[in-house]
Structure formats: structure tokens, C-alpha cells
Design a protein around this ligand. Structure first.
Ligand code: NAD
Ligand code: ZN
Length: 359
């Protein structure tokens, strides 16, 4: 299947070369939708003219993992699987616009996209909903699905989310929608914190206050039981020794990812609590407090999202008006403006939280 597509998701770890396996000329973009322009001879469920959202995890639908709903670790869709197996032990699914390590598939920041295994992953969307309402089904399914559900809510205890980027924003709305009584978000970008506050979160600006101190205060010294890392490998920190250590080790190629948020979550989490990690890590991290993780009996859940598991529920909630994901869009521009928007997004200029690129 080929689709003509509006697209979002500006992947900074790819843009900033933190993920290995990017080649010159690779087409980025793993969050896209569009109209079906052409179908292959094996495609049964789609016809020209259908309007679809295409999840970034490419799933064959037939292998053992797909049969179990573990779409992001499909055993057949990564055409560079032997390379990924060498790096990770066992590689995951093919991903659109996400380096050679995940199959080298061209992404959706383009006028047309070729979609392999098209019958399985696509989500047909009704004409009553706008592109802006449904485009984020793929990325929204990450926070709306696994982290809050794996962090099933115990009402008086806050759900704490590190990072108020688009993923953190969707985590806030999902947590509130799924019944959390208190949601706390940590970041240092004022307009992102304001957007999270508008969604019902208490905010902590890590540049101005102590994250550990505030979380202890908010939980009466017990620590949060549900912690979500919506930051990933590019964590910043303003007043911590470990972040200086990470910067030095990263500069010397002795470590690839900055694990400040992981350390903070392990330290602050209540014993027997849950750490959910949608934030992307690409390689090696250092000084993870395994002693604390083990002795506190913490559960860690992570992974690229199994998008299709959650999209029916999400689409129903959008259709019923329970949630409108378009709140996160701050910039909508022509595809040709992609290079400058990557810079604006990376540098957090102009209040930029989420960009849509339109071909
Ligand atoms: N697992 C999945 O399926 C999946 C899907 C989509 C996105 N992601 C990943 O989720 C992560 C977040 O995505 P995004 O689009 O929101 O990215 P983003 O870069 O826009 O947001 C990250 C936010 O974290 C903040 N931050 C940095 N250091 C921090 C710290 N020490 N404490 C608290 N906040 C801090 C930044 O200021 C920024 O606002 C990325 O790693 C992205 O690749 C994963
Ligand atoms: Zn499969």
C-alpha cells in the first residue's frame, strides 16, 4: 500500500545521532496518516481512497509475537533483523523512519510512503474526525495504553511523569481519563508545564525546585508508586553530579545514553512500585542503582508500543468526545519547512510542543 500523508513526531534522538544505524538520505517520520493511493496484490483489507493512520511498528500479524499482540517485537517485519539481533540479542519489529537497525524503512515525512504488511497494522479512521484528532493514535497509544495501565491507579497516590513533551502530555491526559486522582509532571520548559497543568497535572520545574524534595512532600514521605519516564536517553539536569558524569562519559564515548531520570525514578519510587519507560533508550547506560531497584522490589515495564493493542479503545474515546488529542499541536507547517521545524522543536523555541508537517 502507498499513502499520501500528513506526519508528526520529530525524533530528536535520531536527529541528534544518539541512535545508531542512521544513514545519509534516510527518510524520518514514524507518525503519519493519509489516503491509500495504491494497493499491492496481497492486500485484502484496503482499497484506494481509504483514509488510514499507520502505526510506526510494522507488524506481520502472523508470527508468534504478533499473535500474542506483541506487535512491536514482530519477528518478521525487520528486514535487518540479523543486524538488530547482533546488537540487542534479539531485534524487534521493523519501524518506519527509525534507522537501519529497525529495517531501514523510509518514514512518513514525505509525500508518499510505502507500507509493507499493509493489511495488519493500519487503522481506518472515520471521515467525521479530522486529521489532527486521529494522527496521534500511534504515539498516544503508548501512554494511553501500557504505562498508565501497568501503573493501575491507586487513587490517593500520584502518578508521576518525567517529561512534558508530547508523550508526557498524552500521559497526563490518559492518567486523568483513566481515573488518577493526582498527576504530577516534571520538566523545565514553562509552556510545556502550563499545557500539562491545563490537563489537570501538578507541575514541578526541575530547574527551580528539588524533584526529590517535592515528591517526598506530595507523598508524605512514602514516594510515588507509579513513575513514568517520558524523557528517554537525552535527560537534562541542572543541579546533579550524575548528569555531569553522564555528559563527560557520553563525550568520551564510554556511555551512549544519559540515565538521570531512570536513577531519579528508582530512588524516589515507593517500594513495590512500578516504573514505566516509554522514553527511548538506544544503547548503554551507567551507574544504575541496581541495589535499590532490586531491594525495593520495583517492576520495570518498557518497550516500543504495541500500537494496535490500544487503538480501538482510543479511537472510540476520541469519537465519543472523551478526549481530543489535537490539543497538543502548536505548529502546523508545510513539509518543506521540516528542517527548520526540527531545530525549533529541538531548541524548544516559539512554544513548540508538537508539529504537524503537511505535504
Ligand atoms: N516507546 C514508544 O513507543 C514511544 C513512542 C513515542 C515516543 N517515545 C519516546 O518518548 C520520549 C518522549 O517523547 P517526546 O516526543 O515527548 O519528546 P520531547 O523531547 O519533546 O520531550 C521530552 C521532555 O523531557 C524533558 N526533560 C529533559 N530532561 C528532563 C528531566 N531530567 N526531568 C524531567 N523532564 C526532562 C524535556 O525538557 C522535554 O520537554 C522520547 O524518548 C520518544 O522517543 C516512545
Ligand atoms: Zn509478526
Amino acid at each position: 500500500m502507498s499513502v499520501a500523508a500528513p506526519s508528526a513526531a520529530l525524533d530528536l534522538h535520531l536527529y541528534d545521532h544518539y541512535i545508531p544505524g542512521m544513514s545519509c538520505g534516510d527518510v524520518l517520520g514514524h507518525e503519519f496518516m493519509g489516503e491509500v493511493m495504491e494497493v499491492g496484490s496481497e492486500t485484502k483489507n484496503l482499497k484506494v481512497g481509504d483514509r488510514v493512520v499507520v502505526p510506526f511498528t510494522i507488524a506481520c500479524g502472523e508470527c508468534e509475537q504478533c499473535q500474542r499482540g506483541n506487535y512491536s517485537v514482530c519477528e518478521r517485519s525487520n528486514r535487518n533483523k540479523s543486524l538488530a539481533d547482533k546488537v540487542f540479542g534479539h531485534g524487534g519489529a521493523g519501524l518506519f523512519g527509525y534507522s537501519q537497525l529497525t529495517g531501514g524503512y523510509a518514514g512518513g515525512q514525505a509525500e508518499f510512503v510505502r507500507v509493507p504488511f499493509a493489511d495488519t497494522p493500519h487503522i481506518k479512521v472515520p471521515d467525521t474526525l479530522t486529521d489532527e484528532q486521529v494522527l496521534f493514535l500511534g504515539i498516544f497509544s503508548q501512554p494511553a495504553g501500557r504505562p498508565p495501565r501497568s501503573a493501575t491507579f491507586n487513587p490517593p497516590i500520584p502518578v508521576v511523569i518525567w517529561g512534558a513533551g508530547p508523550v508526557g502530555q498524552f500521559c497526563v491526559r490518559s492518567a486523568v481519563l483513566l481515573g488518577a486522582k493526582q498527576v504530577v509532571v516534571i520538566d523545565n520548559v514553562p509552556e510545556r508545564l502550563s499545557m500539562a497543568a491545563a490537563g489537570g497535572a501538578l507541575t514541578i520545574n526541575f530547574a527551580h525546585e528539588s524533584v526529590l524534595g517535592r515528591l517526598q512532600e506530595l507523598t508524605h514521605g512514602k514516594g510515588p508508586e507509579k513513575c513514568i519516564d517520558a524523557v528517554g536517553l537525552e535527560a537534562h539536569a541542572t543541579r546533579s553530579l550524575d548528569s555531569v558524569y553522564d555528559r563527560v562519559k557520553q563525550a568520551m564515548w564510554l556511555e551512549t545514553d544519559r540515565a538521570h531520570v531512570l536513577r531519579e525514578m528508582i530512588y524516589v519510587c515507593r517500594p513495590a512500585g512500578i516504573l514505566s519507560i516509554p522514553g527511548v533508550y538506544g544503547g548503554l547506560v551507567d551507574k544504575i542503582p541496581m541495589g535499590a531497584l532490586m531491594n525495593k522490589g520495583l517492576t520495570v515495564r518498557t518497550g516500543q508500543t504495541h500500537v494496535k493493542r490500544w487503538t480501538d479503545d482510543l479511537l472510540r474515546r476520541i469519537d465519543e468526545g472523551q478526549i481530543d488529542p489535537s490539543f497538543v499541536i502548536t505548529h502546523s507547517v508545510d513539509l518543506a519547512q521540516g528542517p527548520e521545524m526540527y531545530q525549533t522543536f529541538r531548541d524548544k523555541q516559539d512554544g513548540c510542543v508538537k508539529v504537524i508537517l503537511k505535504p
